[in-house]
Design a protein around this ligand. Sequence first.
Ligand SMILES: Nc1ncnc2c1ncn2[C@@H]1O[C@H](COP(=O)(O)OP(=O)(O)OP(=O)(O)O)[C@@H](O)[C@H]1O
Ligand SMILES: [Mg+2]
Length: 316
Amino acid sequence: MRRRRSDEAARRSGNGGGEGPSAPLPDPKEDEVVGGRWRVGRKLGAGSFGAVVEVVDLDDAQNEEPEVRAMKMEARTRRSQLKYETRCYEQLKSVRGLPRVFDAGQTRDFSYLVMQHVGEPLDAMQERMGGKIPEKAAYVVGCQAIQRLKDVHAKGLVHRDVKPQNFCVLDGTVYLCDFGLAKSYVDGGAHVPHRDGKKLTGTPRFASLHTHAGVEQSRRDDLQSLVYMLVYLIRGALPWQGLGKGKKKEQSGGDRRSDKSERIAKAKAEAAATLCDGMPALQTMFESVRRLEFEQVPPYQLYCACLRAGIKRLER
Ligand SMILES: Nc1ncnc2c1ncn2[C@@H]1O[C@H](COP(=O)(O)OP(=O)(O)OP(=O)(O)O)[C@@H](O)[C@H]1O
Ligand SMILES: [Mg+2]
């Protein structure tokens, strides 16, 4: 499966990361054995910090149909993002629709996390379907994605990188993965305070307007990103795509990254009124999502009901 990196790739900052990709990236070869137990198969993805490969348990390898797992690997750095992600999965282990974790460890050069293989990522599915996912199918995915976010939020975490690459589909179930940027929004039983001046964490293409504006992310931002993701799946593109490229800031010393974020944010704000044209179910959800307050519990069930009504309308 080809892994498509978006032109507006995830910016890894915040929690466990911090070391940047300067350490050599793990590049496992097929048939290599990791941790004395896992035999490496084909590559599933390569991110800014490592790789995800298929593996089978050596104990299971003799069986006719060995269970294929997914192993995420990351260079060993002082503050491993993967260790942080492993802790998130531990915190979320009772949540349905997240990959189960089988093993985690370290070799001399890298850290690894072995998870349930949760099927095909949405970006690959979209590509396989010719670049667009039918509206009805996207709403079915959307309903399950809302449920995943609701359950993750109920455990005190926001995901902060909602995008097609981070949802996979297996046997009709939508799974949410990649908790490398997840963050607790609860502190000592209370919601974390509203803060601004934050650097953009996540993926600019799908980031909420509050995130562009530097506001601490909360539950509302995962839902705003989800609307952008659904529009992207249905239409095959978002109006602000490509704005990350080109045009350097004119004055010297300009911060090109924030310049890019500003351009995307401006286009997002301008596109808001027409973004969901012709898709009333998504339009209703988007209007509500945009009005959510920082600490507000999103009305998840209402959003699911909107999408279900959209499905019904399309079936008529
Ligand atoms: N458990 C899994 N089952 C199947 N595929 C997976 C699994 N985990 C990850 N993948 C695939 O590997 C890709 C990269 O994984 P992940 O998003 O966790 O890595 P990442 O380095 O954080 O990526 P990025 O920086 O692009 O967000 C995913 O987009 C997905 O295609
Ligand atoms: Mg990812």
